[in-house]
Design a protein around this ligand. Structure first.
Ligand code: NOJ
Length: 560
């Protein structure tokens, strides 16, 4: 039986052509392991998510994106999927998913799920079949197996490195026990890459898309959307050690940004269009520039792609103006919305990141020895200002759980609790991403700050988060949570997501100022105070204003 769950029509807005919901939606990323834990085992779950929908509705978001909750040995926190059409027992059951979807839709909240098509888990039945079959068999051809180089195939087929560190190839023993072929894994050895030139792989992913569409999901966030197709010559390649590890180099790696990926998304777009309603694909494509990124959102491909160039931009007025300008131009050219984002489960939380003096390449994380880590108190104004700037931009925006509480990066996790494969594969040279994945605080005086009832937590929560718990912020007008609620409410009221940006140039260089409809947005990215018009009607301010002076690291929304 097919179960579908549609969003409550009363809450549906922006669904006509040209005003589809995803064009202006604020989408809240839930990292299920760390959101809310109904079972009390220390790992969050789907019933936990369902129990917090009131809080999400109160925040004022339009949709949630759930990071993977499918069956998985959890070697990469669920991005290693063993069964794409079932729920991992640590997160619950398919019934729990259906219930969550129905309850979210009843509240007018759309639901996007994560799809991981670049690789599966090594525990996926297909990979197990590949290991048990002969070289060149149809079972092996679903993945990327190659003979090794060297006299006896004892060296990997080329020099590619895993994004998590170490080699991107692992040698297997053939079924008879002899040393055999090598398989490619751009990530952990437990995450073998599929061969996307294989028709069976293509058909299987159409089936998986339909499985979730039939249940009623509103779309998919597509993992490693720039990486599915590899250069078939498999040339040697050495990445720039300082670049963002997931991609984005000026000369793309032979396993990223290959033109062949686009045909896959055209195919998927056709699958989505078989369905009623308004469903969306959002690509996680770490590509070299927004101009290239726009290729992923041409009218017959995906609907959105995360604007990682914006995420990576430093807190600098001219850099911000430039990336905003270039993004709007590139996306408008292909009829797609901008999709702004500042934080996610792979990057240092922006409440910390924007105030770092030394750069930490994406994915590397920071640890206790990282220089000049700002205190939470010092870093928060900039984080607020950045959020207030982002939420005023036309287009769609993604929030990452906990940023509405102003959570900072937990850089001081003890080594023995770290779980990111990056930490292990680089032998501790890179901390990885655990610091942005710590379970979030709900109630200051409850076990695990309300994450569950038992006090267990798969990563320890820092004591300094107690005053940041949601219940404390809820009643504090000056809290980060109150700021997010106010901004989201005004954004909706003034239709900013569907608006247009017009630069305002009569402010000093260190200021980013623009009009969006009836709202004038002024972000002071400099250290100097900037006077505001005496008669300005302040709709929102990221920090309190004194005497119509806009202080450093402050963004205001003024009514025109
Ligand atoms: C990108 C995901 O966001 C990240 O968490 C994951 O480790 C890699 N893709 C591999 O799936």
């Amino acid at each position: 039986m097919t179960m579908t769950s549609q969003p409550d029509e009363h809450h549906l807005s922006d669904s006509s052509v040209g005003h589809e919901w995803w064009r202006s939606a604020v989408i809240y990323q839930i990292y299920p392991r760390s959101f809310a834990d109904a079972s009390g085992d220390g790992v969050g779950d789907l019933r936990g998510v369902a129990s917090r929908l009131t809080e999400l509705q109160d925040l004022g978001i339009d949709a949630i994106w759930l990071s993977p909750f499918m069956t998985s040995p959890q070697k990469d926190a669920g991005y290693d999927v063993a069964d794409y059409c079932d729920v991992d027992p640590i997160f619950g059951t398919l019934e729990d998913f259906d219930a969550l979807l129905g309850q979210a839709h009843a509240r007018g909240i759309r639901v996007i799920v994560d799809l991981v098509p670049n690789h599966s888990s090594d525990q996926h039945p297909w990979f197990q079949e590949a290991l048990a079959s002969a070289p060149g068999s149809s079972e092996r051809n679903r993945y990327i197996f190659r003979d090794g180089s060297g006299e006896n195939g004892e060296l990997p087929p080329n020099n590619w490195e895993s994004i998590f560190g170490g080699r991107a190839w692992t040698r297997i023993n053939e079924p008879d026990g002899s040393p055999g072929q090598w398989y490619l894994h751009l990530f952990d050895a437990s995450q073998p890459d599929f061969d996307w030139s294989n028709e069976e792989v293509k058909a299987e992913f159409r089936r998986i898309l339909r499985f979730w569409l039939d249940r009623g999901v509103d779309g998919f966030r597509v993992d490693v959307a720039h990486g599915l197709v590899k250069d078939q010559d498999f040339p040697d390649y050495t990445p720039d050690p300082d670049s963002a590890s997931m991609g984005g180099e000026q000369t793309p790696a032979p396993y990223f940004e290959q033109p062949g990926v686009h045909e896959i998304y055209r195919d998927w777009r056709r699958v989505l269009e078989e369905y009623d309603g308004d469903r969306a694909l959002c690509g996680e494509a770490w590509v070299s520039s927004v101009d290239n990124m726009a290729l992923w959102v041409r009218p017959d491909e995906m609907h959105q792609t995360f604007n990682f160039e914006y995420l990576l931009a430093p807190w600098d007025a001219s850099e911000l103006r430039s990336i905003i300008d270039r993004s709007i131009a590139a996306f408008t050219d292909v009829g797609a919305p901008g999709t702004w984002v500042l934080s996610n489960h792979d990057v240092v939380r922006h409440a910390t990141r924007l105030s770092l003096i030394d750069e930490s390449p994406q994915g590397s994380g920071i640890g206790p020895d990282f220089p000049n880590i700002p205190s939470h108190r010092d870093a928060l104004p900039r984080a607020h200002a950045a959020t207030a700037l982002m939420l005023a931009l036309p287009g769609s925006a993604y929030l990452y759980q906990g940023e509405e509480l102003g959570l900072d990066e937990v850089h001081d996790l003890p080594p023995h609790v770290r779980q990111d494969p990056t930490w292990f594969r680089t032998k501790g040279q890179k901390y990885g991403r655990d610091g942005c994945r710590v379970p979030i605080p709900w109630e200051a005086d409850q076990p695990a700050f309300g994450f569950n009832a038992t006090g267990r937590s798969w990563l320890p929560q820092p004591d300094r988060w107690q005053p940041l718990a949601r219940d404390i912020q809820q009643s504090d007008e000056g809290s980060t949570l109150s700021l997010y609620r106010r901004l989201l409410n005004l954004r909706q009221q003034f239709g900013l997501g569907r608006g247009e940006l017009e630069w305002v140039c009569d402010y000093p260089d260190g200021v980013v100022a623009f009009r969006n409809g009836n709202v004038l947005v002024v972000a002071n990215v400099s250290a100097a105070e900037v006077p505001l018009p005496a008669d300005a009607q302040v709709l929102a301010s990221s920090m309190p204003l004194s005497d119509h002076q806009l202080g450093a690291d402050t963004t205001v929304w003024l009514k025109l």
